[in-house]
Design a protein around this ligand. Sequence first.
Ligand SMILES: Nc1nc2c(ncn2[C@@H]2O[C@H](COP(=O)(O)OP(=O)(O)OP(=O)(O)O)[C@@H](O)[C@H]2O)c(=O)[nH]1
Ligand SMILES: [Mg+2]
Length: 341
Amino acid sequence: MVAALFLSRGSAAVSDWEAGRIGVGRWRGLGSGGGGVAAEEVLVVRASHGWEVHCHGGAAAAAAVLDDLVHLGAECRPAAAWNAGGAPTVAAEAIALLADIDAPRPARILGRQLAGLLDGELTGIAALVSQGDGVAAAERADRLRRASRVGLRLAEPWRVVVTGAVNVGKSSLVNALAGHARSLVSPLPGTTRDVIETHLVLAGWSVVLVDTAGLREAGDQASGATERAGIARAMAATGAADLVIRVEATGTEPPPHDGLVVWSKADLKVINQPVPDEVLVTSSRTGAGLGALVAAVMAKLVPEADEPGLLDGAVPFLPRHLEALNRVMAGEPFDGGRRLQ
Ligand SMILES: Nc1nc2c(ncn2[C@@H]2O[C@H](COP(=O)(O)OP(=O)(O)OP(=O)(O)O)[C@@H](O)[C@H]2O)c(=O)[nH]1
Ligand SMILES: [Mg+2]
């Protein structure tokens, strides 16, 4: 079926391709009129289990390829249903979750589990338990549990909320990190009223950056009900954050804070005082300090990434994997194959 629709640039007949072969070419789209227009550039893989067709970004291109295959008699199933009926395997679960991943670091972690690292590690731990080496087994189990904090939320972006006083430069900071003018910026205090989310990839991780309404000092009145509602939303967003970046005017005493404290608009001020350890000095206008800010954000969000090898090896990514680990640690046999239950 794929062979009928794919015009390879190579010479060998596509239907004769051996497993593992990859080729580029054009998809002879049937289209609504069935006209056979060679339109889409695609990459086709002859996998051991069938064929993979990779087309370029955009839901419409993928939908057109699927439509063509269905037109020729294929059945369209969601990835999660591929394994329906059989015992779940890590590989099938990794494939299903990959569909929800939009950043390279989580994709790489899942790719390694797809290649068998988690199965292998559970097999190894089970062997240690059966040999009576409980200490070594517990060490490796502990490593898996620590890695699972990241693994269990691979498909969920980290939420980073930017707060601080009105006009301090929060929206400008969000825009500078996002690389485009997502939020309105103005010299007037109280510009941002709503909670504005920007989805981006920082250092390979999926992050939602949340810009919020500026907070007013006691005695400095919000300009009306809309701004007050915006401030209430800012507080709620802060409560749901994985990390809060508190933006302060350069030179001010940093408030006690669990997250990160940023001094803003550093280009406007000569700093002739020591910079407190917990403060990152930035300028959204010149870009100064933004690289260090991204590094500090990721160190807070994913400290596991700094532990050598922790996220490069086996990483449980579903609660079921931790349950399987508990059973293995309790001495239950592990079948050594790709099945976990
Ligand atoms: N020179 C300079 N000006 C900046 C910088 N960052 C922000 N500004 C200016 O400061 C003013 C306020 O910036 P915003 O980013 O709107 O501040 P905000 O904290 O989002 O303000 P509210 O939404 O009102 O709370 C604007 O005039 C910006 O152009 C910076 O790094 N350098
Ligand atoms: Mg703003």
